[in-house]
Structures are given as C-alpha cells and as structure tokens.
Design a protein. Structure first.
Length: 312
C-alpha cells in the first residue's frame, strides 16, 4: 500500500501524513495527483493544513471523516465531469435545483466545506488562488472588510492575520458555512471576537449593506453558484469604495455538484466583469494541469481564475 511518506521527500506532520494515507487507501488512483500536489505545497502551507486538521479534531471531526469529506468532493466532481463531457453543460441550471441536496443539507454541507478546505492545500490551482490573495491583500488599510460566502472561513481568518481592518463582516446563505466560519475564527482568532460579525443572509437581499462603504470585498468561489453573476458583480461595485481592494475567484468549464453558471472561456467571463463597473487589475488564469489556457478552452477542460479587481 502506498503511503504519504513514499510520495515526497518532505517531512509531513502526523495529521497530514495520516490524512493522505487514508485518502490513498480509499482511492489509490489519486496517487499521481497527490504526489504532484505535495511537490507544489510549501512546508509552511503543510504546517497550516496540519493546524487546521488539529482544529477539526478538537471539534470532533476525526481524520477518517476529514478524508471522507475530501473524497466526497473528489467523487462528486468526477461524476459531474463525466456528465459535462457527455452533455457539454452543467447538470443544474438554478439555485433551486441544488439547494435541497447541497445548501439545505447540513450533513452534506459540513462535509463539503471540510473537503473544500483541504482542496485549498491539496489542489494546486486552489492553492495558487489562495497565494494570490496572500500576496495582494492590503496590509496597512483600516475600514470595513466584507466577505461574501466565507464558506469554511479560511480567507476571512487569513485577512485578520494580514490586514489592519477595523471591522469584518461575513455573509453566507448556508447555516453550515456560518457555523464553520465562526468556529475557525473563535479557535484561531479569539482576539478578534469584537471585530467581526457573521450573518446568515442572501447577498442580493441584504439591503442594510451601505453603498460605497467597504474598503475590501472578497468573494471566493461564489459566482459559478448563482444564476446572475453579473448582478453580484454590479452589487460589489456599488458597495465598494472608489479605491477598494476587491478579490474574486471562480472557474470556467468546471462542473461540480452545485455549479450552475457556465462560462466557456476566460474572455467570456472577463467581458462580463468589465460590464459591471469593475475592471481587472491583476488576473490569475490557471489552466487544466499539463495544458495551456488555449488548449484547456478548446477541449472544454476546467480552468480556475482569480482576479484582483478595482472600480472603474
């Protein structure tokens, strides 16, 4: 049986090594992918993953559960990729199509969020998007910080480490996401307890959010989950200050169990962005592994993108 120690010369912490051993025991076909992932991740990032796994265990989620959460993401994504290859479209087209078996299913949503957090370290494209955020997030800016769809809470926690914002607001439609974000912040950032607020709400229906008041707005992996992503982008432009830091990630030709809006090229997506009162300051376009951007688009393979945006 292949173990994590066989895949890398890095010294892996026990939690990370055990997690990978369980993953490979359940899915040996994942060996090549994990090997390349371990080549890509730094020792510091491995240490962050180890501390996250320690936190999850302190909340009662053992490593077999965490491995199963990750493999749930892998398996669901593979099934949706097969559907996409056959039909050339995503399985679902509306929020109503996925709400019942994803966002409203607390058990599934918890697994989904834990699994997604692990992909932030073990999927190279996800790791690179996180690195862009770390590289570009303001260090010395105060004011109001808004995270739309914080999910597992990692980006919001990282913003507290990196920046000097006075107040942090995270909003999400999923109770499981709000709960997980609250737990990770309470554990890792207790000193910020009076500086952040988490609200269960629909972003477009949140009328109390004031136009032109936010110094930073982050929206990671949300646009592909909504029916009108251009409306979300226009609302971000409305809420942001003129010089706000804006960071957005999404994907192209990337089927998943709850992805409903399909872009077929980066040009298609970027034209939408430019029509919403925003412009691209720093783009990160991450093609399918081993392919160029052009080859990925021609073959309708998954592409991840991250953008630092600014108001026009």
């Amino acid at each position: 049986m292949t173990s994590a120690a066989d895949l890398t010369q890095k010294t892996l912490p026990d939690n990370v090594s055990t997690l990978i051993d369980i993953i490979l025991d359940e899915n040996p076909m994942h060996k090549s992918f994990i090997t390349k992932a371990l080549d890509h991740v730094t020792d510091e990032e491995i240490d962050i993953l180890d501390r996250y796994l320690e936190f999850c265990q302190s909340k009662g989620q053992n490593l077999p559960y965490m491995a199963d959460s990750y493999l749930t993401i892998v398996g669901d994504t593979f099934r949706e990729q097969l559907y996409f290859m056959k039909h050339k479209e995503y399985r679902h087209k509306s929020y109503a199509d996925v709400a019942g078996h994803v966002y409203d299913d607390k058990d599934y949503m918890n697994k989904y969020m834990y699994g997604l957090a692990i992909t932030s370290f073990l999927w190279p494209n996800h790791l690179d998007m996180g690195r862009l955020f770390v590289e570009t997030a303001p260090r010395d800016r105060g004011g109001k910080y808004l995270d739309i769809g914080p999910g597992h809470g990692y980006y919001l926690m990282k913003a507290m480490e990196l920046g000097s914002f006075d107040h942090f607001l995270g909003i999400d439609i999923s109770p499981a996401s709000i709960e997980q974000t609250g737990a990770i912040l309470e554990h890792f950032k207790p000193e910020f307890k009076d500086k952040y607020e988490l609200r269960l709400m629909d972003f477009l229906e949140a009328k109390e959010l004031e136009a032109g008041t936010y110094d930073a707005i982050i929206m990671g992996e949300v646009l592909e989950h909504v029916e009108q992503p251009d409306v979300f982008l226009k609302r971000i432009a409305e809420l942001a200050k003129d010089d706000a830091y804006i960071y957005v990630t999404t994907c192209i030709n990337a089927p998943a169990v709850d992805h409903i809006f399909l872009w077929r090229s980066t040009d298609e997506l970027e034209k939408m962005i430019e029509g919403t009162g925003l412009k691209i300051k720093t783009p990160l376009r991450l093609p399918y592994e081993g392919k160029t951007l052009e080859e990925s688009q021609a073959a309708e393979l998954s592409i991840n993108v991250a953008y630092v945006l600014e108001k026009v």
